[in-house]
Ligand binder design. Sequence first.
Ligand code: XIL
Length: 314
Amino acid sequence: ASGLAVAAKAAGLKYFGSATDNPELTDTTYVAQLSNTKDFGQITPGNSMKWDATEPTRGTFTFTQGDVVASLAQKNGQLLRGHNCVWYNQLPSWVTSGNFDNATLTSIIQNHCSTLVGHYKGQIWDVINEPFNDDGTWRTSVFYTTTGQSYVATALRAARAADPAAKLYINDYNIEGTGAKSTAMVNLVKSLKAQGVPIDGIGIQAHLIVGQVPSTLQANIQQFTALGVEVAITELDIRMTLPSTDALLAQQKKDYQTVVAACKAVSGCIGVTIWDYTDKYSWVPSTFSGQGAALPWDANLVKKPAYDGILAGF
Ligand code: XIL
């Protein structure tokens, strides 16, 4: 066994990586494993580049926490995915309650995205996060309510201007299989391309449930790359109802293998990121009541069967 990142590269992907978050970085055993570039060639900050963390008051940017994650990646020689510029969630109240008009909010978005992407140059960026509802309609947010769909192009253009070398993504969940939400993503990317708006990739979050990997995953990745953009699996975890059993862990291993193999099978699928690597720091138990054990390392930082499933998928 060579390591997850080594296996990903051998399979033709650009990287295999993990999310992390600042509070965990005091855990030296955790950091040592995260810094093992045989397993992880890429890092995503789970929280510290979000709007509430980076522009807590209008026009005042705080990069301290984000810089900690960026510096760790740089020190380790790992790629960084910036996450994220524009999302309906984890916004400071000055944005949600400011009652800005369209022109003002548009310039606020431009300033936020260009400052963020300009600070972390040469990276991959989730410029837009979670624009759609599950039925494929536009998600209500301060951005959509005030500017309509135009906030997407505004953010992407500002990001491109700030760093022409950055790869610009739109990222969402429940777009693993084909269906209304994936179709909405296809139509958005088509329309952006037709208008000459810069868009380089679609991020598929892939917060999945054991035994429920959509059978259309590979076909869906294919329909995304057929648009002329790259695809990344950006936030993979595969949760189960606790307690975990040998049977569930065995199914989870298969599910990780299936997801990784689907990415490998489509040439434009360039990377896979798990949403942290250990159950010790997973967001799942606090978000989905009674569920957990979603990651390839257990809470004691010991490899689970899922680890070998990922290797087998590559
Ligand atoms: C999550 C973080 O992991 C948590 O620590 C935080 O409390 C909430 O956000 N989709 C995303 C991520 O795009 O930003 C979310 O991250 C998980 C769902």
